[in-house]
Write a protein that binds this ligand. Structure first.
Ligand code: SME
Length: 152
């Protein structure tokens, strides 16, 4: 059974507040989420490379992906970089602007990370379960992204 989101958020915030480096903290958060939430199969961060309008893959946990850079506007990740709004795709087959990382992935959630009023990065979570995401996932991840924005 998954640990409750408030407990998971507390653990993640402890990492954010630790003395560890930004990359270590971000990686350990991806690992924590991927290990503790059964429907989170791939968890990673993409950071904005503003001059090149590109998202670049940062720390992640899960299978390696060939999509280490994604143009702003492309795929679910690229859409969020433009809209600056969270996006839940419960069935990736129904998403026209989608970049597939693995045929096992059924659904995806992406939450923007805003620092000093500007979009700097996003957290991307792939699930091998169809339609697994609820308002609780979104609320948890929005809170997490608020808490960790200064690590970008
Ligand atoms: N599916 C994403 C691409 C990134 S992978 O999920 C790791 C997208 O459509 O943007």
């Amino acid at each position: 059974m998954n640990i409750p989101f408030p407990t998971l958020l507390e653990k993640a915030i402890q990492l954010v507040n630790s003395e560890k480096s930004n990359q270590t903290v971000l990686f350990e958060i991806t690992k924590l989420l991927q290990q503790e939430v059964a429907h989170y199969n791939w968890v990673g961060f993409y950071a904005l490379d503003k001059p090149n309008a590109m998202l670049r893959l940062g720390p992640y946990s899960g299978l390696p992906t060939e999509h280490t850079e994604i143009p702003v506007g492309k795929g679910v990740c690229g859409q969020v970089a433009l809209s600056l709004k969270s996006k839940i795709v419960q069935d990736v087959r129904k998403e026209e602007n989608y970049i597939s990382c693995s045929i096992d992935v059924k659904s995806e959630i992406v939450i923007p990370i805003i620092k000093n009023g500007e979009f700097v990065a996003e957290i991307d979570i792939d699930s091998n379960t169809p339609s697994p995401f609820t308002a609780d996932d979104e609320e948890f991840l929005v809170r997490l992204c608020l808490a960790l924005a200064d690590r970008f």
